[in-house]
Ligand binder design. Sequence first.
Ligand code: ZN
Ligand code: ZN
Ligand code: ZN
Ligand code: ZN
Length: 549
Amino acid sequence: MSEQSDDAVPPSSVPLAPSADPKPPTPIATPANEAEEQPLSGFEDARRIVRLLQCAQCSLPLREPMTLPCGNSLCRQCLPEIHTRHNITYPATAARMQGIDCPFSDCLRDHALGDCSMDVTLSKVMAQAKISMDEFQPVIGEAPILLEEKDEWAAAGVASLSGRLPRSRALPGGRLIATYKMVELGELAHDAEVAYKHLSGVVGDSKDLDATTLDAVKDKIRSEFDCQICYAIYLDPLTTTCGHTFCRKCLQRVLDHSSYCPICRRLLDLSHTISPAQYPSNARLASLLAGLWPSLLTARRALLETEESSTPADLDLPLFVCTISFPTMPTFIHVFEPRYRLMMRRVLDSDRRFGMLLHNPRQIPQPGLGATPPFFEYGTLLHIVSAQLLPDGRSLIETVGISLFRVLRHGVRDGYLVGSVERVEDLPLADEEALEIAETTSTTEVHADADTDVDADASPFASLSTQDLMALCTAFVRRMRAASAPWMHARTLRVYGECPTSPAQFPWWFASVLPLPESDKYALLQTTSVRERLKICATWVERIERVPE
Ligand SMILES: [Zn+2]
Ligand SMILES: [Zn+2]
Ligand SMILES: [Zn+2]
Ligand SMILES: [Zn+2]
């Protein structure tokens, strides 16, 4: 019956302080339960508040806090021993080849060290909270409070696991400061409760003092909880690998047009949708926000809802059904039909983006659309680099691929196709690595807890490491070049560039230059990892080499 860590409490379920004034019954129609609006009280919730500053590993106030990709935080000193991660060849950067076994029971996964960040916000919060607590000067003659650590196990009639007696201290400063000091002294375990005895017998003094202390702490740390993108209080705080924190929604908007941290400009290896399942919120910051400023949070959430409901997002992307395009690669289009000339004019007047879809002349059913439209459901978002308008109204459009998408709904506007699309994203790097480990080790070792299921009818290349797949493909390119294959013409290379050395880039280039039917290349548009794409490229190599020229 050890108490659950506060970190595990979702922001929406902060319980009412035990002795808070009873509220009138909440009308059922009110969206937010009023009980949740109560901030923690410095007197009644002193133990809970201090636990929000405490490391679950060493029980001290967090020192040089680090936040792990699962959203849990601990002291830098409490980071488990670093080990070398095996069976990973991509991306295989120095920071990703070292890992730790997550010590939090709700996770226990292997984290790449490069995914664990020095938490800038939490560091500042800890420093400011300490300054605030240390500012208190005991008044001469003031009665201290006796604090007794309550051993939850002993209370339940079980011998204490720690095998030591509960500790006690008489400290001045009210419950909040006294509890914080006891934690600083290392005498209060993270999960332990505390019993307070007011030695003077006057409880009122501590109540006022605790309220003042908490207000001072909140004043000191409040500005640390402002997002540097929207300048409002963090909503769903997400901490990036560089240690900076933003609202999830704000970061999503940034990632739409940039891959760099808005504060430090470091490259962020994040998928664009940054779903909560793949990138959990910073649990510690979320608990602090929910405990200290619940009404600000509710107001912020309501504001976002109004913003979102006023943005018409439906059927907003013009779609061009023609050929196959790939991210990062150029596509050239000759536009002559009047309806498409209109479409391109509108695209050029707005954000210069439209979707390219492959023609589906044989009416192959598209499962996601529940019908057989004249196009394939997966496509590529293109950006117009240049447009040459000819005197007769035709135009030559040069584009570059941005990202993959899937059509959710579609309709017709002024004769051309428009759609509502969903971005198709690559897996986070941790999942990409898990895929490689699962596939390359499954024949020799049993990985019952591997994140990624190994496909039963996996390709014959599944046992190759990601780098070996890349090597197989680039060796083929070199052989073809040496043999002066017609599709490796200098003109082609001028358009698509030289063979890329990056495994992430290679499949897009390879598919652009290789003389294969577009319907074969379409397989690439449905993939979500570099590894999957390289396996497809390897099957192409095998197929081409099997057939004599
Ligand atoms: Zn973890
Ligand atoms: Zn610690
Ligand atoms: Zn924000
Ligand atoms: Zn940053």
